[in-house]
Design a protein around this ligand. Structure first.
Ligand SMILES: [Fe+2]
Length: 185
């Protein structure tokens, strides 16, 4: 076997003196191409196919739901801050409801992200939500959790698999059981 190997593009250039090929001409030229160069071409095409199948690990991976994940992580710390600040009527019930939330949400969001990444690859490019608020009243706490539920529901469509949708249901379940405790206990 010769040490001198031409790639398809080099072969075309040498033989046609930089003439622009139309499809018929290229097919004709390929039919006269030595087997060694044809093999080279097939290998290059296979390599291209393999590259497109690699898992995506980009800033856009995770789509709209990545912002919701950041918001849920933020809600863990926000609810802990509220937990330290409850005063007045029903302050103990609110204090306890908030603790159940910030302890409960961590394993739920952890399970979601890890099982999402097992299918789609690593999510990157999280944005930090705005700063924290102080406790004002029970009504303000209820509104905080209702707004969080709205953010989740309005981005739910960006996730299609039922195993992920089921996990989103568990976030919404915990949020609404927290709202129940804040309203009635
Ligand atoms: Fe505490």
């Amino acid at each position: 076997m010769s040490n001198f190997k031409l790639k398809k593009s080099e072969f075309m250039e040498l033989n046609l003196n930089k003439k622009v090929l139309n499809e018929a001409e290229e097919n004709e030229l390929t039919s006269t191409m030595p087997e060694e160069i044809k093999d080279d071409q097939e290998t290059e095409e296979k390599e291209t196919e393999t590259k497109t199948e690699e898992p995506k690990e980009t800033e856009n991976n995770g789509g709209d739901f990545k912002d919701v994940i950041a918001e849920i992580l933020h809600s863990r710390t926000q609810s802990h801050i509220f937990h330290w600040q409850t005063v007045g009527e029903h302050s103990l019930a609110m204090h306890q409801a908030l603790q159940l939330y910030y302890e409960g949400i961590v394993p739920l969001i952890d399970g979601f992200v890890e099982s999402y990444q097992g299918k789609y690859g690593i999510m990157k490019g999280y944005k930090c939500p705005e700063g924290f608020s102080d406790f004002e009243s029970g009504e303000a706490l209820i509104k905080y959790f209702q707004d969080l539920e709205t953010k989740i529901e309005s981005n739910r469509d960006s996730v299609k698999e039922s195993y992920l949708q089921n996990q989103i249901d568990t976030f919404v379940e915990l949020i609404n059981s927290t709202i129940y405790k804040l309203k009635f206990l």
